[in-house]
Design a protein around this ligand. Sequence first.
Ligand SMILES: Nc1ncnc2c1ncn2[C@@H]1O[C@H](COP(=O)(O)OP(=O)(O)OP(=O)(O)O)[C@@H](O)[C@H]1O
Length: 575
Amino acid sequence: VIDEVRQSVSEDIDGAEILHSLLNAAWLQSLLKVRKHFSVFHAAHLISNTVSSPCFQALLSAHDTVAQKDYEPVLPPMPEDLPDDEEATRIVCLVKNKQPLGATIKRNEITGEIFVARVIHGGLADRSGLLHAGDRIIEVNGFCVDGMEPEQVIQVVAKSQGTIMFKVIPITERPVHNQTMLYVRAMADYSPHQDPTIPCADAGMSFRRGDVLEIVDQTDALWWQAKKLPSNTSCAGLIPSTNLLKRKQREFWWSQPYQPHAYLTFYFLSSPTEEDMMAIDEKCVEAVFKHQTLTCTELRTFKKSDLVSESSFLSVGFRRSMRLCRRRSHSTTQPSCHTRCPSSCHSALNSPYEEVVRYQRHPQDAHRPIALLGPPGVGVNELRRRLIEMNPNIFQGAIPHTTRAPKGYEESGREYYFTSREIFDNMMYNNRFLEYGENKGNHYGTSIESVKEVLNSGKICVIDIEPNAIHAVRTHELRAYVIYVKPPPLERLRETRQEAFITTNYYVNRPFKDEDFQEMEESARKIESQYCQFFDHVIVNNELQDSCIQLLTAVTKAQDEPQWVPASWIRPTES
Ligand SMILES: Nc1ncnc2c1ncn2[C@@H]1O[C@H](COP(=O)(O)OP(=O)(O)OP(=O)(O)O)[C@@H](O)[C@H]1O
């Protein structure tokens, strides 16, 4: 066609005539017919495919469900007697349901006016988007609130049924919300009802060391808003900011007799400093309802019967002398077993919140080492031994270093790495030991390299550590998963340990005595009070078989499922 037209143009023939004959050409008419049929068929085919797709069906069904729903209660009509300067006021109707309203109020002590002090993230007020911190409340359900006590205003709100109507003068300049996503692990306990400085205890959120918190609002420099994870509530609670909590800890620490780790267990909070007064001397009242849920775990991959297999294996890292070094450090006030403290550990110790991120080990990455700890005699080594024995192709201990001479049957790199005192000291000064100690004049230690050696071979390294070596394994370099083995109640210890033997300094181990159990419990209490925030998992070693299954489950999860880990492991800030 193009050729024909081109020819006609060059021959200077009447264009209209050509166009007429072209459009009437039989071939063009047929072509147009085919095209028409094709496009109708194609569109119909496309539509029928789309409509019958499961997604579209689900969408239609969702639409029908929503459309059939009656949304109750119907909001009341807008009041007719709105003042002339209606620009300046806003009527906000919120329908009460079982969720918290999520706002605190305060009174200006000079003018007697009532203001919204804080809107809690995720609460009803926040989700409505209609109430903001700084809005002045003039009326609640038709009651003028000026001059009322905040508690009286709350009473009015509490008594109202169905709908609550607020008449407010909106704040002219709303503060910019600082809502960067931040997850932290609490390094201290906090209870809002024991904190006289919190602006509104009912809006506060308690937490315990080790809890993972999602910080949802940092607008206020002193009081952040957070949710405890895992959470099934949309409404956040007030918690002290890092700086405020640090200050409270410092004040508490100075008010206590000397205790090296007092800051970790503070509950009672001192009175606010002058700087605090400006921001937190607000009279705030609110009722907040909260719920918590727990999740449960399941065993994957291995069968219970696997746990009793009796294959022989090389029992690396179970050396008695190394364990005795530790035992001595428990029984004396002077530690005879020392640990490496990486530079990041000091900042971790000083901060009340540790920033964490969700970390999922990539299948090609090295495994996470498993660090077991517990009070002496609780069964750390029994569990570790059984785990390795069950599958020596997957699990292995780290080979310790020693300065003692090898015995006839021993080989360097099998039972121990036999090293000179000079090399040992060198490694010690260069922070290459996770922990080290002395027994009968000989030195023993577990090196970072020996752990990495196991990991590099593709196996999961399972070590037992002293509690104060936690900081040495919770590093970007090792990324250990820490499991605490806790003794069961005294009664259960007596029942289950009838055949058990305690490791002693003497050649022969002896059966447990009652005072051993009591010492174990006392030691467990101390460990928990200082280190529980660092435990990734806790196993109560009651029935040995159950504990083995729990250990295996935890170890599998540590490798295959996402975990909260310090953010510094993923984006290290220190060299
Ligand atoms: N759940 C249990 N039920 C019965 N006996 C147990 C249980 N757990 C461990 N035992 C026994 O208790 C004794 C002490 O356990 P284990 O040697 O593992 O202690 P440990 O925690 O490694 O302490 P240490 O290093 O100080 O010896 C062993 O005889 C072990 O078989």
